[in-house]
Design a protein around this ligand. Structure first.
Ligand code: R5P
Length: 228
């Protein structure tokens, strides 16, 4: 069941709490979205104050923000992150996530899963008992129709994500398209993740199962931390 109590202050508290984690010398995966942006900005202030960390961005957006706030960047070519801090669209009680509301989930999964410690930042509206939001699926442009058929065969209802200030579809940072796939209540996220991953033409899907180490949820007056 979705809860109320979200908002920018809750997101900021979660982001600032997670920004406490990196230590001098650490490499940090920099997540995408409005909640992760609070962590990136806070980390930028700490870099300004002398903290020696480098970031690995997960999107065009997080790269630009990191540059703006002065976080030196590196890449997975050089090293894995010690910690990744990222947002989520839905967080289930067992730590399973849906990500990709900003169509960044392919690079996010790459960076978040490579990290020694993967920390999710969220506000209470993201919490639920069981995942039920549409699952974003990034597809090669030529694979849009066959992947949509495969999603229907798996019990889902796919919708091509439309751009808001451009005619036509959203094009990801990787030059691909996104199908938002409604499955209703997702009883077996691991099984669905395996099915989607095995579908030719799927670049990456937004189900993050058994990846998260801790979730920081900003509340009205603090932060609730759950460890998995
Ligand atoms: O593709 C985008 C990402 O997965 C975001 O981390 C996710 O959509 C959450 O974003 P926000 O913190 O803005 O709700």
């Amino acid at each position: 069941m979705k809860q109320t109590g979200g908002g920018e202050d809750a997101k900021r508290r979660a982001g600032e709490s997670a920004a406490d984690i990196p230590e001098g010398g650490d490499v940090v995966g920099l997540g995408t979205g409005s909640t992760a942006a609070h962590a990136v900005r806070e980390l930028g202030e700490r870099v300004d104050a002398g903290l020696d960390v480098r970031g690995i961005p997960t999107s065009f957006q997080s790269r630009e923000l990191a540059r703006e706030v002065g976080i030196p960047l590196t890449s997975l070519d050089e090293t894995d992150p010690d910690v990744a801090i990222d947002g989520a669209d839905e967080v289930a009680a067992d730590g399973a996530l849906i990500k990709g509301g900003g169509a960044a989930h392919a690079r996010e999964k790459l960076v978040d899963s490579a990290a020694e410690r993967f920390v999710v930042v969220a506000d209470p509206t993201k919490e639920s008992e069981q995942l039920s939001q549409p699952v974003p699926v990034e597809v090669l442009p030529d694979a849009r129709v066959p992947v949509a058929d495969a999603v229907r065969s798996a019990g889902g209802d796919p919708t091509l994500r439309a751009a808001e200030r451009k005619d036509g579809p959203v094009v990801t940072d990787n030059g691909n398209l996104v199908l938002d796939c409604e499955f209703g209540m997702i009883g077996d996220p691991s099984g669905l993740a395996r099915t989607l991953s095995a579908t030719p033409g799927v670049v990456e899907h937004g189900l993050f199962v058994d990846l998260v180490d801790e979730v920081h949820v900003g509340t009205d007056d603090g932060v609730d931390v759950t460890r998995y």
